[in-house]
Design a protein around this ligand. Structure first.
Ligand code: C2E
Ligand code: MG
Ligand code: MG
Length: 283
């Protein structure tokens, strides 16, 4: 009857999903070694001083069949299997090398923002691993921002704070990613040693049509000002959004309006070019 029918489809779905996950996992294991994972970088535009370039590093996987697998498909698998630890080390190492090459070429100071998974944060070796990679690569911690999410710290508040404090003591800044979507409890803001809030793109997307979203953003900005936190708005897709955010006093903007994530070289080129400078000074 109907019950059986439902069960049947349900179990098929699960079977299919398990198989896809397994395939993804096996593939990831070999293809991490084959260097099929790499970083792309999305510029973060700053409306004040222009002597620092900011960008977020985002991981990409072009698999052996030539298919671009989106991070939303492979990051969860990497987290479940623990592969995120190896992936995270590679993302950091790549970023170090990119930073070094840029500093050697005599460009402006660069700050790279990296996403840190809850699984990495919960790993007791995390801080030592970060320190070891920075030492090996000879890259200053001051070049980095680590992005975490509320869900990363929720379950292990005390130990997470301890880890973040150690990261901060090294000279790395901490950003709270996707702010506004998760639990966004004010108690997190009080307890966590964060420097930056990243307003989720969901709010920015509806800002021009939804007055309430605009009110939320403005509230986040005044709260951040009072707490002396910087704010980065994500997902800025058009000039109108950029102009409103600028007017509201949001100093860091990121999104397709300025640039999609691109190769490191392209990002440096864009960040130093007239085009991006022009869109920086909309106000
Ligand atoms: P996220 O950290 O919030 O990154 C922002 C996402 O928004 C990126 O998606 C970026 O390409 C996308 N984006 C940028 N500008 C716009 C815009 O104007 N409009 C819209 N609609 N989207 C925009 P991406 O690269 O697919 O990454 C998705 C998520 O995967 C990231 O979200 C992050 O949570 C995770 N991720 C990516 N790379 C890594 C990594 O190296 N490590 C970890 N742990 N997670 C990563
Ligand atoms: Mg992020
Ligand atoms: Mg985000």
């Amino acid at each position: 009857g109907r019950r059986y029918h439902c069960f049947h489809f349900y179990s098929l779905d699960i079977e299919e999903e398990v198989e896809t996950r397994l395939r993804t996992e096996q593939r990831m294991r070999t293809e991490i070694e084959d260097n099929r994972f790499y970083n792309v970088y999305q510029p973060i535009i700053h409306s004040g001083q222009h002597d620092t370039i900011y960008a977020e590093a985002l991981c990409r996987w072009k698999n052996s069949s030539g298919k671009e697998v989106p991070p939303d498909d492979f990051i969860p698998v990497a987290e479940e299997t623990g592969l995120i630890r190896e992936l995270g080390r590679r993302v950091l190492r790549d970023a170090c090398r990119a930073i070094n090459s840029m500093q050697e070429a005599g460009h402006s100071f660069i700050t790279i923002s990296l996403n840190i998974s809850p699984v990495q944060l919960a790993n007791p070796d995390f801080v030592d691993e970060v320190r070891a990679i920075l030492t090996e690569e000879n890259t200053e911690p001051e070049h980095f921002i680590f992005e975490i999410t509320e869900s990363a710290v929720m379950d292990h508040m005390a130990s997470s704070i301890a880890v973040l404090e150690q990261i901060k003591d090294m000279g790395i800044l901490i950003a709270l990613d996707d702010f506004g979507t998760g639990y966004s409890s004010l108690s997190y803001l009080k307890k966590l040693p964060i420097d930056i809030l990243k307003i989720d793109k969901e709010f920015v997307a509806d800002m021009t049509t939804d007055g309430q979203d605009r009110i939320f953003i403005s509230a986040i900005l005044s709260m951040a000002r009072a707490l002396q936190l910087e704010v980065i708005a994500e997902g800025v897709e058009n000039a109108q959004q950029a102009a409103i955010l600028n007017e509201m006093g949001c100093r860091y903007l990121q999104g397709y309006h300025f640039s999609a994530p691109v190769s490191f070289d392209k990002m440096v080129e864009l960040s130093t070019s007239q085009g991006l400078k022009a869109s920086r000074s909309i106000s």
